[in-house]
Design a protein around this ligand. Structure first.
Ligand code: PMP
Length: 400
């Protein structure tokens, strides 16, 4: 009976927004959820999205069901955007691409595939990682364990720990990797480190599983941000890659993304795709069309595509500029000799401040700065006008 159901805890990320809404202090700042804001801290709909939607209206597109695998023109461009349009894997039809319910839904489809076809196989998740990764694999009943990633002493990458843990995992494990702009740390391996990670994965017959939620949004370049995935793809490895258009096209609520499975033959890709469809059908039947059409229109039209790249550079640039300004403010304030340069080395929309839970609580309770308790702040929710205030809050929380 429903009477016996207990209260679920609030979500650690989306729960932060709920608490933010309830706060009446005018200095309040929401740095919890990773959503891009303008300098006025308002949500932003990209111009290319508005243009694509206008085109869609003019064409009078219908609202018929999509096939289970999603919109064909979307699936085509999304794989090309990820791997590069002239990638031999695409020409050889070795990539099974299925439209998913954004990054989360695409990860969930891959988890269902692992559960069904690789029973007992483990997924290795970075420590720390985006909080929802564990939920996704738990709900799909896929066992997981963590590999070392973050080194608190340097606020940098624990590369040796990462390599040792990937080596120590049972052969044939799935290694979940953040394609770029690691969430929550903002710390990515260098290109040389990616090569070594690929070596170890290959030696151990592991299967790389990329989560690409920030392509183009981290560096401002779609190709640079896809280089980790392409490096693995170029080695001829089988791969799983989940994509999201929430951040780079600002399509958070449209729930548009994809799962790509790179197989060793076209025949295998066809079979894998048929099984992914079989998993999707009883879960949600078929995906929504609106976001898929927007992506297909933007990526498929050279003019809109170029305009998108410009808008992405503006978004990435704004985040970089508040990152710099926050660092400058902290350096000016803090005479203790503490090195804040890790802030500048991190990339993407987040900064991992190294603040512990009590310090993060101080940020919220005393300064009305809302953030996740792991010390992560979303710089996409920061304006340059508020950098000084945030630096005061961080300085106070660190040293008191
Ligand atoms: N993976 C990572 C690492 C993320 O940061 C996010 C968004 N915060 C996602 C996946 C999925 O987001 P969405 O479902 O909105 O695409």
């Amino acid at each position: 009976r429903f009477e016996s159901i207990t209260m679920a805890p609030p979500d650690p990320i989306l729960g932060v927004s709920e608490a933010f809404r309830a706060d009446t202090n005018e200095m309040k700042l929401n740095l919890g959820v990773g959503a891009y804001r303008t300098e006025d801290l308002q949500p932003y709909v990209l111009n290319v999205v508005k243009k694509a939607e206008k085109l869609m209206l003019e064409r009078g597109e219908n609202k018929e069901y999509l096939p289970i695998e999603g919109l064909a023109s979307f699936n085509k461009v999304t794989a090309e955007l990820l791997l590069g349009a002239d990638n031999p894997l695409i020409l050889q039809q070795r990539v099974a691409t299925v439209q998913g319910l954004s990054g989360t839904g695409s990860l969930r489809l891959a988890a269902a595939l692992i559960e069904r076809y690789f029973p007992g196989a483990k997924v290795l998740i970075s420590s720390p990682s985006w909080g929802n990764h564990k939920n996704i694999f738990n709900d799909a009943r896929v066992p997981w364990s963590e590999y070392r990633y973050y080194d608190p002493s340097t606020v940098g990458l624990d590369f040796d720990g990462m390599i040792a843990d990937i080596k120590a995992a049972p052969e044939g494990s799935f290694v979940l990797l953040h394609g770029c702009a690691h969430n929550p740390t903002g710390i990515d391996p260098t290109p040389e480190q990616w090569e070594i990670i690929a070596d170890v994965i290959q030696e151990k017959n592991h299967i790389p599983f990329f989560d690409v939620a920030y392509q183009g949004f981290a560096s401002g370049s779609l190709d640079v941000d896809a280089s980790s995935v392409r490096l693995f793809a170029a080695r001829g490895l089988e791969l799983l890659v989940a994509q999201s258009y929430s951040k780079n096209l600002g399509l958070y609520a449209e729930r548009i993304g994809a799962i790509n499975i790179v197989c060793s033959s076209a025949d295998a890709a066809t079979r894998v795709k048929s099984q992914i469809k079989r998993l999707a059908r009883p879960m949600y039947s078929n995906p929504p069309v609106h976001g898929a059409r927007i992506v297909a229109n933007v990526v498929g039209d050279p003019e809109l595509f170029n305009e998108w790249k410009e808008e992405m550079e503006v978004m990435a640039g704004r985040i970089k500029s508040v990152r710099q300004k926050l660092y400058d403010s902290l350096r000016a304030k803090d005479k203790s000799g503490k090195d804040w340069s890790f802030i500048l080395r991190q990339i993407g929309m987040f900064s991992f401040t190294g603040l512990n839970k009590a310090q993060s609580d101080n940020m919220t309770n005393k300064w009305h700065v809302y953030m996740t308790k792991d010390g992560r702040i979303s710089l996409a929710g920061l304006s340059s006008a508020k950098c000084e205030y945030l630096a005061d809050a961080i300085f106070d929380s660190y040293h008191n």
